[in-house]
Design a binder for this molecule. Structure first.
Ligand code: ADP
Ligand code: SF4
Length: 686
């Protein structure tokens, strides 16, 4: 426990135009994959943040018109008054816990594909879409601009009617019309909306004035603005036009919500930006230019850093998207001095991947994220135990740790056994790889929690076999023994034509590298048929250690899955910089002592890649031997396989699996099977 006074400054109220935030914690707009498609889930998700102590809780971007249709992504929608009731669910949930509700009105210009509405796409000038589809955006004429201003104003009025307290004009992430007009490389107009900065800023100024005129008496007008495009001289820079925009509009909004763009820069992962507060250098000037309150972000989880940012005058409000996802109760925990109970964001962007796929948000650290409404999960509360007294969890990776922690919270006597000297499983091993150090927080948070509890016994260096488990005499057993990378080169591509591995070939798996084995001298070929993140990280590790690395993959780019976490371009750039030889669209046919035989996946043309050893990143075998033996012996009241041993996936999936098993323990299996979770059914109106 920390003296709560240390952080008292964070709990001062802040006036924002006509409304007052109860403290300085501000959940900035962030996507959650629910939006207009799942309004009850959206409301419950945002309401949970309010309960957790955030003073302002925002929507995600909210489409104001069919010409800004972000389908198939599940953002918010306010095209007309029929959308008001769904959004009112959210404002009511937020108000019920004493927070202000903010709405990010958005017209996405050429970032909207309008796939559902089939409306024309708008931009300042004729240009391609922000997606590689055969469709172009058209330059808005004066009538279009007048219409756009009217749509935005009408949306602001509807937002007020839905109960919002803070209404945004949004010029950020290179995703909205207001910003597109600001940027000279997107705005080549010759009229009063193009050319000089004063002209390019005109539309934003009009939107701010329109919004204030429409709703400014009761609602605060916030302006979200990306001060720096992070493109150097090729884009808007904080030190130049970014600052000039703030100077031109300084007192017009009631609140400045400032960040950098585009989204991969704003929400950069810890792998590529380990420093929390990484936006401070860019946004620090804003407060000197305006008298209005300023909110900024940068993966802020440390209360000391938050206090220092307030004291140094960098921001007035602590903005957070990801830290509020990993721990919706972050403000409450700080207020109550429970600092070591904060579930810190690890900056992995699994949350982002959900939005990018149009499904409800999930989080590696917080398995209840996105489950508030459909499963009724609360991040800080769990049902007390039933009749059973004790449980054994085998394996202390992310699944076992989460399962044990939640079972302990429910009040069971929990025994957790881990074969290795240190608990953490794959989290511990992967977090030792380049750029992934912050991932260790997944294990640290849970181990710290377990250590506080009298009803938990953790045994390390305790590899259990079936006899040992039976000897313990605990009737409820959760097996979280994980999975092991396979050695035979079989994976998604190799299934159809398994590669031939010469017994003399020197094969390593990701597990070998993580256990500290180093490849022999000579070139190493990494074969990535997993196509997620791990092979790219291993390539980095081996290249940094001085090996010549050939990265061979059937995919068209390096680590294609990392596109979902906004990392792919950075991953490929880093490998190129490290001198890794990148060989895409190649399937491994055979591996010998000094070469990998590959074939082009399109033409079949074969080619040898010289290598003294190969690291095969393809698939994992589930480690079920212990579970199988226990099932054969029988006699348990509960015997459940969880985590990667049940279904290999992300760390987030393992945590979720452990959490789910702990929640479901002692529930009627029939009920669980009948009722996975609540769903929002489409009303079949006449
Ligand atoms: P998950 O992601 O499902 O949690 P991990 O592979 O991260 O899986 O963790 C599994 C953990 O289980 C590892 O730390 C491993 O050492 C441990 N383990 C595997 N078999 C046994 C066993 N028989 N007894 C105890 N611990 C085990
Ligand atoms: Fe942070 Fe990862 Fe959770 Fe996103 S998924 S909030 S980046 S821990």
């Amino acid at each position: 426990m920390t003296d709560a006074n240390t952080y008292a400054v964070l709990f001062e109220p802040v006036r924002i135009g006509p409304v007052t935030a109860r403290n300085r914690f501000y959940q900035v707009p962030h996507c959650n994959g629910m939006g207009h498609v799942r309004p009850r889930a959206e409301a419950a998700n945002r309401g949970m943040k309010a309960e957790g102590g955030w003073a302002v809780v925002s929507t995600q971007e909210t489409e104001i018109h069919p010409t800004s249709d972000l389908s198939p992504f599940a953002e918010n929608r306010l095209w007309d008054e029929r959308d008001i009731p769904a959004l009112r669910l959210m404002t009511e949930a937020v108000h019920a816990h004493g927070a202000l509700a903010a709405i990010e009105l958005a017209h996405n210009g050429n970032h909207a594909q309008n796939l559902f509405s089939r409306a024309p796409v708008f931009a300042p000038s004729d240009m391609s879409l922000d997606y590689a589809i055969p469709k172009q955006a058209r330059a808005m004429d004066k009538a279009d601009i007048r219409a756009f201003r009217r749509w935005h104003r009408d949306a602001a009025l509807r937002a007020r009617d839905a109960g919002f307290d803070v209404i945004y004009v949004y010029a950020g992430h290179r995703m909205t019309l207001a910003q597109h007009f600001l940027l000279p490389h997107m705005n080549q107009r010759g009229d009063e909306y193009g050319g000089s900065l004063e002209n390019r800023v005109r539309l934003t100024r009009e939107l701010l004035e329109d919004t204030r005129e429409a709703v400014g008496d009761t609602c605060a007008v916030a302006f979200r603005f990306a001060v720096d495009e992070m493109l150097g001289a090729d884009g808007m820079q904080a030190a130049e036009e970014g600052r000039a925009v703030v100077e031109l509009l300084a007192e017009l909004p009631d609140l400045w919500d400032v960040n950098v763009c585009d989204w991969p820069n704003d929400s950069v992962t810890t792998r590529f930006q380990p420093q929390d507060g990484y936006q401070n250098d860019y946004i620090a000037f804003v407060k000197a230019v305006t008298s209005k309150p300023v909110v900024g972000v940068g993966r802020l989880t440390s209360p000391d850093q938050m206090v220092s940012m307030i004291r140094k005058g960098i921001v007035d409000l602590i903005g957070a998207a990801r830290p509020s996802i990993a721990d919706p109760f972050l403000p409450r925990k700080i207020e109550e001095g429970r600092i070591d109970e904060i579930r810190e964001c690890i900056g992995c962007n699994i949350c982002v991947s959900a939005d990018t796929q149009g499904v409800p948000i999930r989080c590696t650290q917080n398995p209840t994220m996105g489950e508030e409404w459909r499963r009724g999960w609360h991040p800080e509360k769990i049902a007390p135990k039933g009749r059973e007294e004790a449980a054994l969890v085998i394996g202390a990776g992310p699944a076992g740790l989460e399962c044990a922690m939640q079972l302990a919270r429910r009040g069971y006597e929990v025994t957790l056994a881990e074969a290795r000297a240190e608990a953490g499983g794959r989290v511990l091993r992967e977090s030792a790889l380049p750029g992934l150090a912050a991932w260790k927080r997944v294990a640290d948070y849970r181990l710290n929690d377990l250590a506080q509890r009298a009803n938990v016994r953790l045994f390390t260096e305790s590899r259990l076999d079936a006899d040992a488990v039976l000897e313990l005499g605990i009737p409820n057993v959760f097996v979280a023994t994980g999975a092991t990378w396979r050695r035979d080169g079989i994976g998604r591509t190799g299934q159809r034509r398994p590669p031939v591995i010469d017994p003399a070939a020197r094969v390593l798996t990701p597990d070998d590298i993580m256990d500290g084995r180093t490849p022999p001298d000579g070139p190493v070929a990494i074969y990535d048929d997993d196509q997620a993140y791990l092979a790219g990280v291993l390539a980095e590790r081996l290249a940094e250690a001085g090996h010549h690395v050939a990265f061979v993959t059937p995919a068209s780019v390096v680590s294609p899955w990392t596109d979902l976490t906004l990392e792919q371009a950075r991953v490929q750039a880093r490998l190129i910089k490290l001198g890794v030889e990148i060989r895409c669209t190649r399937q491994m046919l055979a591996l010998g002592p000094d070469r990998m035989r590959t074939a082009c996946i399109y033409s079949g043309r074969e080619e040898d890649i010289p290598c003294a050893s190969a690291v095969l990143v393809t698939e994992r075998h589930r480690d079920t031997a212990l579970y199988d033996a226990l099932r054969d012996r029988g006699g348990f009241r509960t015997l459940e396989l969880i985590g990667d041993a049940a279904s290999p996936g992300l760390i987030a999936d393992a945590v979720y699996s452990g959490h789910l098993a702990a929640r479901n323990f002692e529930r009627d299996p029939g009920e669980i099977d009948r009722d996975w979770f609540r769903r929002e059914m489409v009303a079949l109106e006449p």
